[in-house]
Ligand binder design. Structure first.
Ligand code: NAP
Length: 248
């Protein structure tokens, strides 16, 4: 129970990678704020599993693109648990389209959720983290497409690449306070996000993965939990969890 007494906020924790991260942190003893935007029933399932694992969880509905909602979420975490130690910026969406056809709102909504959302939540946790003077962890869920680019995903790849710039800059700003900031860049992971892709596209994507299969949400969560529990001398890094997809 390396995280006993610690408190984590996981954005987008109702499903997929965020749920696995919430459970992974809870199973190490952390109290977890489970953020979601619309999936109330799914978020309640995550809460039940978190409570099974460690007994302390809190549901918080908030659109991470809205700065005020993120501040309210941080206040709720402090009111309920008294402190914050770990922020996992995981909430993300896709609105895929080739650039020639991409609508302004497809571009903007992905930037707002995937990049500005991480800015909003990071900014909101900063003051309590600094006041506590006990260090901390910020872990941003980027993507391999931030590093490789991806046809039909200019909005998503730009947001995820922006997240890496945010990670490295914040890592430099906060290092002297013993707050580490890292990014995890998953490859093809079996969640709702990839389930909606056409079967032929899924097959062709998987054929490029050296390990020959999609990853699981739990396999991504293992790396996040490692960064949250150990990783004391790791900051400003991007760790790919991709079955070898980006191997060079
Ligand atoms: P997912 O299954 O589609 O789940 C997305 C989560 O984000 C849900 O909990 C959703 O909440 C939440 N969310 C969406 N918009 C939000 C908003 N505005 N405010 C708060 N929460 C919001 O996705 P996933 O595959 O687990 O992906 C998790 C993260 O990993 C994302 O950042 C994604 O870009 C990244 N990633 C995924 C893959 C992959 O292959 N799956 C690969 C690389 C990176 P609701 O349930 O309330 O909608």
């Amino acid at each position: 129970m390396q995280l006993a007494g610690k408190v984590a906020i996981v954005t987008g924790a109702s499903r997929g990678i965020g749920r696995a991260v919430a459970l992974g942190l809870a199973s190490r003893g952390a109290a977890v704020v489970i953020n979601y935007v619309a999936g109330t029933a799914a978020a309640a399932e995550t809460l039940a599993a978190v409570e099974n694992a460690c007994g302390r969880g809190l549901l918080f509905q908030a659109d991470v693109a809205d700065a005020r909602s993120c501040e309210e979420m941080v206040s709720a975490a402090l009111d309920n648990f008294g402190r914050i130690d770990i922020l996992v910026n995981n909430a993300g969406i896709t609105r895929d389209n080739i650039l020639a056809r991409m609508k302004q709102d497809e571009w903007q909504s992905v930037i707002d959720t995937n990049l500005t959302g991480a800015f909003n939540c990071s900014k909101a946790v900063l003051r309590p983290l600094l006041r506590q003077k006990t260090g901390g962890r910020i872990i941003n869920i980027s993507s391999v497409v931030a590093l490789s680019g991806s046809t039909g995903q200019a909005n998503y790849a730009a947001a995820k690449a922006g997240l890496i710039g945010l990670t490295k800059s914040l890592a430099r700003e906060l290092a002297s306070r013993q707050i580490t900031v890292n990014a995890v860049a998953p490859g093809i992971i079996a969640t709702d996000m990839t389930a909606v892709l056409p079967a032929t596209l899924q097959e062709s994507m998987l054929s490029r993965v050296p390990l020959g299969r999609a990853g699981t949400a739990e396999e991504v969560a293992e790396t996040v939990v490692f960064l949250a529990t150990a990783g004391t001398y790791i900051t400003g890094q991007v760790i790919t969890v991709d079955g070898g997809l980006l191997m060079v």
